[in-house]
Design a protein around this ligand. Structure first.
Ligand code: A3P
Length: 345
């Protein structure tokens, strides 16, 4: 009897031990090396800034901890002071393109422990009223971050607004600029869908896409239609190139960010001189949403809002072909300038 009880006890201990070891191994594999689980040392963060390539990374869980509380407004002034948190002007900006996947790109980059996003679109450089408020106003709109981290904001209107390149150049002539593009006709339809949804929400009627995209007098592509003009990427880029060399831009493939985000994010990490930290673990395909969603750690994950990934209306195939033919020469020029080629028609 006693022998049987002892055997049972040994068996239970063995099961419990295995579970404990398994959990530790799981945590190490999923969250990263154990040293990344160390809490931030306030003294360490007051040391001089390291070389950009050697950014000391904090844990993802820590980022979701204190910084999350800060963003919710729950951190105390003492915590902010103690941890040497600062509001930094962005070292990189996602300047566009509207409907290219700018939100997905920002959120996915924010998975990186050395990146902190400005959650809202700030519209500092494209809005004259905001711009007149000055650079300190802009800085105050930035999230709190640790000095070794980089801040990124996205305002897609920057890409198409005439005044913006010069204004950004005046702030920081060596800033890194990210442009996420999608096949131009798809992007134009996505743009239209967003506006249509806004009209419907206000119980207003709106034209069909075909009527806006094609000039009924000439039967040619209507270049006055904003959704068409925005998709002529090369025209906008050429304005930017008057201020910034092409090496300061990185082009992100927005179509691939939808289907296979990790390689695109790794290219951005490289462009930003960040060590590669975003992994397949951080991205999982959600079949219900039909998109990749974000996993920060075992407990925290999220998908983008429902306004991202709308169902597009069906467009007359003849109009689609007309638009594709129209964009073709502009696309060729865009490939030539940027050195990035896409399989657009
Ligand atoms: P659609 O709504 O046309 O599908 P932006 O953030 O610049 O407005 O871009 C919106 C687009 O991001 C969406 O366009 C969607 O296709 C794309 N996108 C890319 N990755 C996504 C993701 N993981 N979740 C939701 N939308 C994503």
């Amino acid at each position: 009897m006693l022998f049987k009880q002892q055997a049972l006890l040994r068996q239970r201990l063995f099961v419990l031990g295995s579970l404990a070891i398994g959990s530790v191994l799981y945590l190490v594999a999923r969250v990263g090396r154990l040293d990344r689980l160390q809490p931030l040392c306030p003294i360490e963060s007051r040391l001089p800034s390291p070389e950009p390539e050697q950014i000391p990374l904090r844990t993802l869980s820590f980022k979701r901890g204190l910084l999350h509380e800060v963003h919710k407004g729950n951190a105390t002034k003492e915590q902010i002071h103690l941890h040497n948190l600062v509001q930094q002007l962005p070292q990189a900006i996602i300047i566009g393109v509207r409907k290219g996947g700018t939100r997905a790109l920002l959120e996915m980059l924010n998975l990186h422990p050395a990146v902190v996003k400005a959650s809202q679109e700030i519209h500092f450089f494209d809005n004259d009223q905001n711009y007149a408020r000055g650079i300190d106003w802009y800085r105050e709109k930035m999230p709190l971050s640790f000095p070794h981290q980089i801040t990124i904001e996205k305002s897609p209107a920057y890409f198409i607004t005439d005044e913006v390149p010069e204004r950004i150049f005046k702030m920081n002539s060596s800033i890194k600029l990210l442009i996420i593009v999608r096949e131009p006709t798809t992007r134009a339809v996505s743009d239209y869908t967003q506006v249509l949804e806004g009209k419907e929400r206000k119980n207003k009627t709106y034209h069909i896409f075909e009527k806006l995209a094609i000039d009924s007098n000439t039967c040619e592509v209507n270049t006055k239609y904003k959704a068409v003009r925005t998709s002529i990427y090369t025209k906008h880029l050429e304005r930017w190139l008057k201020y910034f060399p092409v090496g300061q831009f990185h082009i992100v493939d927005g179509d691939r960010l939808i289907t296979d985000p990790l390689p695109e994010l790794q290219l951005v990490e490289h462009f930003l001189n960040l060590p590669s930290r975003i992994s397949q673990y951080n991205l999982y395909f959600n079949a219900t949403r039909g998109f990749y969603c974000l996993r920060f750690n075992i407990v925290f994950n999220k998908c983008l809002a429902g306004s991202k990934g709308r169902i597009h209306p069906e467009v007359d195939p003849a109009v689609v072909i007309k638009l594709q033919k129209f964009f073709h020469p502009f696309n060729q020029k865009f490939y030539q300038i940027t050195g990035r080629t896409f399989n657009w028609p």
